[in-house]
Design a protein around this ligand. Structure first.
Ligand code: TRP
Ligand code: MN
Length: 460
């Protein structure tokens, strides 16, 4: 351990003694044991010199969009990979992921009439929290795989050794991913006149794909109609562009700290590694390092809320992370599992509501519904995912609160990682195309299917 002087820069200590490195005095669950602290420090200094990935103004704008969500006027769609991979940052993979997210957003907006705030788990989602710090295979025990920002998944001592230079690679891959996303979302690809082009070949043949084609036809017809009425569609930039935001779990704090910059306009600190950062279910200790770090940055924040959350703890966390009760600042992402949500969530919502806290409630129906198939592969049932989402909506409906968002793991590829859905995938099908390094993701047609169902819940 060494004392850090925030990379030679002078530190201004802000209210309540927060500083970009104040988390270092606290216990960090999921903390990586970097074997070479000199090498780590060199990387941190290098990262701190890099240009920011996002700007303060963008993060503030996302907070404003999320404020609309917290007030029941918009819906949050947060989606992307479980963990991004150094082995696959190709333009095609990024494009296909974006296609699915755009499709889901269109389906949701069109069917429900509610504006959708689009946030990717992308351009920085490289770290993976682990329940076990070590893994044993055939009597050999090695460090667990913690995502490509830390080590590699191959089961060898060299691969599993945490290597801080991976943080540099994670940054550079995030830069190129974000650059492409900005081009796609602002440069014509996300134009509403191109809706048909987001429907991939293998989706076209499914029921969801056909349903999407019908919506795309409707949208084209509507645009033709408006044009015929004399409206100059070329001038309506909202038809041609989307605001697309990035997010990841702020797990590896040395990396996150290196991107903390002070906004010259407001004087606020921002973590410029992504627009939104979230705290995982395993690292949400009130007096832990992750909560300490994130409470001091002005980005919008997410907090995963699992079945072990208690009302008292949750209210304390919300107050710590959002002391000024700013709408849009805090999104609570419920990840209970289909069998637990009804027992746990209503009491949490009621307490948050009675405490007068402004939050967005989103549903992550993935992480509480994972199990191992007979083959040992991790999987999820589409039916369980859907059942959790349905209960999420009905609980909010009964309590008079707004079911504000959906948080899912998906890919644009035609993978067979989750069971069920329109294609009726079964356990044998898991062998066909299972490419996830960690959690099983919905494929494009399962994702679209889910979006249509959610749109129905939103309408009611
Ligand atoms: N800009 C609007 C929005 O983001 C409309 C829009 C344009 C859109 N392209 C889109 C919506 C693609 C969803 C998907 O809502
Ligand atoms: Mn995951």
């Amino acid at each position: 351990m060494f004392v850090v002087t925030f990379y030679d820069r002078e530190m201004t200590t802000t209210a309540n003694d927060w500083a970009p490195d104040s988390w270092r005095a606290l216990p960090a669950d999921q903390g990586v044991l970097w074997p070479d602290s000199e090498a780590l420090y060199a990387v941190e200094r290098e990262l701190a010199k890099q240009p920011p990935l996002v700007f303060a103004g963008e993060a503030r704008r996302l907070t404003e969009h999320l404020a609309d969500v917290s007030q029941g006027r918009a819906f949050l769609l947060q989606a992307g990979d479980c963990a991004e991979s150094f082995h696959d940052g190709s333009a095609d993979a990024i494009r296909d992921k974006l296609k699915v997210i755009l499709q889901m957003a269109v389906a949701l907006t069109y069917a429900s009439g509610v504006p959708v705030v689009k946030v990717g788990r992308i351009a920085g989602q490289f770290a993976k929290p682990r329940t076990q710090s070590f893994e044993t295979q055939d009597g050999v025990t090695l460090e667990a795989f913690r995502g490509h920002i830390v080590n590699d998944e191959a089961f060898t001592p060299e691969s599993r050794r945490p290597d801080p230079t991976r943080m540099l690679q994670a940054y550079h891959q995030s830069v190129s991913t974000l650059n492409l996303l900005r081009a796609f979302t602002k440069g014509g690809f996300a134009d509403l006149s191109r809706v048909h082009a987001w429907n991939q070949q293998f989706v076209l043949e499914t029921i969801e794909g056909k349903r999407f084609s019908a919506i795309a036809d409707d949208i084209e017809r509507a645009m033709r109609f408006m044009r015929a009425c004399g409206i100059d569609l070329g001038r309506e930039s909202s038809l041609h562009e989307v605001d697309f935001y990035t997010s990841h779990e702020a797990l590896i704090l040395p990396y996150e700290q290196a991107f903390v910059r002070q906004d010259s306009l407001s004087g606020d600190w921002f973590d410029t590694s992504a627009h939104l950062l979230w705290i995982g279910d395993r690292t949400r200790q009130l007096d832990g390092a992750h909560v300490e770090f994130l409470r001091g940055v002005a980005n919008p924040l997410g907090l995963k809320v699992g079945p072990t959350s208690t009302p008292r703890e949750l209210v304390a966390l919300a107050e710590r992370l959002n002391p000024d009760n700013v709408p849009g600042r805090l999104t609570l992402i419920s990840r209970m599992g289909r069998d637990k949500i009804l027992d746990v969530l209503p009491e949490l919502i009621t307490n948050v509501k009675e405490s007068g806290l402004n939050v967005v409630w989103a549903c992550d129906p993935m992480h509480g519904n994972t199990f191992s198939a007979a083959s040992g592969k991790k999987t999820r049932r589409f039916e369980d995912v859907l059942r959790e989402v349905e209960q999420f909506f009905s609980i909010h409906h009964q309590l008079g609160t707004w079911a504000g968002g959906l948080h899912i793991e998906l890919t644009g590829d035609d993978v067979t990682e989750c069971l069920g859905g329109g294609q009726g995938l079964d356990e044998d099908d898991l062998e066909i195309n299972y490419t996830s390094m960690c959690d099983p993701r919905l494929n494009a047609s399962q994702s679209l299917d889910l979006a249509f169902r959610v749109a129905e819940f939103l309408q009611n």
